[in-house]
Design a protein around this ligand. Structure first.
Ligand code: AMP
Ligand code: TRP
Length: 333
């Protein structure tokens, strides 16, 4: 069955291995199933839910587009566009926020994590962020949404919003209820410095993540310094349950190799970390170095990136304008 794929990545800098293995690698595989129609969005409206430096944001928008392309998203096959250019996203987000319940948003764990202790000081945008995400998806009648594990709850909310809108406006099946596509294994890559913390753009320590713009030496250094435990690598995968750092590093290796965790465990069974880390660095460099070089090459060609984003905008805008018109009609505008 052909799928209509939609996903988004925030242009907040430091795109890392977690973004790649949890999301972008999957985008490329879905694109390569020829019958799928794929739309990938640089979600800059989401980025401003926390303060951004305007010049940095502009640079990061191009860098995110460059990263998509460098990772293998082909602009001739898939739509790559910038969210803020298509005004229907903001319009749909407002309308959908009027059918969404405060109680639903109050359950969102990402808001609680991002807002921290002082929730009163968080922006309203950060709070209503998942409604904008629902608008992104529903405007394109997406059937499937590939994301990392941390976005699962937001997708469930999107499904609730779609159903509520269809119900409220007596329009069965008008907004398509999308399916999440979350990888069964390795859907949450953890920090290199702490195996129970998610690898994140905002971690103050750059040693906690492999950035997609890192070169060979940076990767070698980060893997060398990655946290481990004193034991040799286990003989069985079930022994990893109490060894988060070993589990994460073996997970990264397996995901890069497209192999089961069990196979990686047997490959390094009883060996020490230094031997495994050597192999892991080698595998990472093989995969990430070409991406990193290509991102840098593309960033020198702003004109090309802007053309891709402009072409993507025209295609996305055509679809989204049609849908928002129908939404407004149903609402009574
Ligand atoms: P963001 O950078 O927050 O816009 O995330 C872009 C995509 O990467 C989303 O699908 C996230 O779920 C995914 N992602 C972000 N961090 C990780 C991680 N540490 N492990 C797996 N997936 C991740
Ligand atoms: N909220 C997602 C994240 O932080 C990004 C995103 C915005 C998204 N809109 C989307 C992902 C639509 C999938 C579909 O990772």
């Amino acid at each position: 069955m052909s799928k209509k794929i939609f996903s988004g990545v925030q242009p907040t800098g430091n795109l890392h291995l977690g973004n790649y293995l949890g999301a972008i690698k999957n985008f490329v595989e879905l694109q390569n199933e020829k019958e799928n129609k794929c739309i990938f969005c640089v979600v800059d409206l989401h980025a401003i839910t926390v303060k951004q430096e305007p010049k940095e944001l502009k640079k990061n928008i191009r860098e995110t587009a460059a990263t998509f392309i460098a990772c293998g998203i082909d602009p001739a096959q898939s739509i790559i566009f910038n969210q803020s250019m298509v005004s229907a996203h903001s319009e749909a987000a407002w309308i959908l926020s009027c059918v969404s319940k405060i109680g639903w948003l109050n359950r969102m764990t990402q808001f609680k994590e991002k807002a921290g202790k002082d929730k009163e000081k968080a922006s309203i945008g950060l709070y209503s962020y998942p409604v904008l995400m629902a608008a992104d998806i529903l405007l394109y009648d997406a059937t499937h949404v590939p994301v990392g594990d941390d976005q699962k709850q937001h997708l469930e909310l999107c499904r609730d919003i779609a159903q509520k809108f269809n119900n409220d406006f007596n329009a069965p099946d008008f907004l398509k209820v999308p399916e999440p596509l979350i990888q069964k294994q390795f859907s949450r890559i953890m920090s290199l410095k702490d195996g129970i913390k998610k690898m994140s753009k905002s971690d103050p320590s750059d040693l906690s993540r492999v950035n997609l713009t890192d070169d060979k030496d940076e990767i070698l250094n980060k893997i060398k310094k990655a946290k481990t435990d004193p034991l040799p690598l286990p003989e069985e995968a079930k022994e990893l349950a109490k060894r988060p750092e070993a589990e994460n590093l073996l997970g990264i290796y397996s995901s890069l190799k497209n192999q089961n965790l069990e196979i990686s465990v047997s490959e390094f069974s009883g060996k020490n970390f230094s031997e495994f880390k050597e192999k892991l660095s080698e595998t990472l460099i093989e995969k990430i170095e070409p991406i990193s070089k290509e991102i840098k090459r593309l960033l020198n060609d702003e004109k090309y990136l802007d053309t891709i984003l402009l072409e993507g905008f025209h295609e996305a805008d055509k679809m989204a304008s049609k849908k928002i018109k129908e939404i407004k009609e149903l609402v009574g505008f």
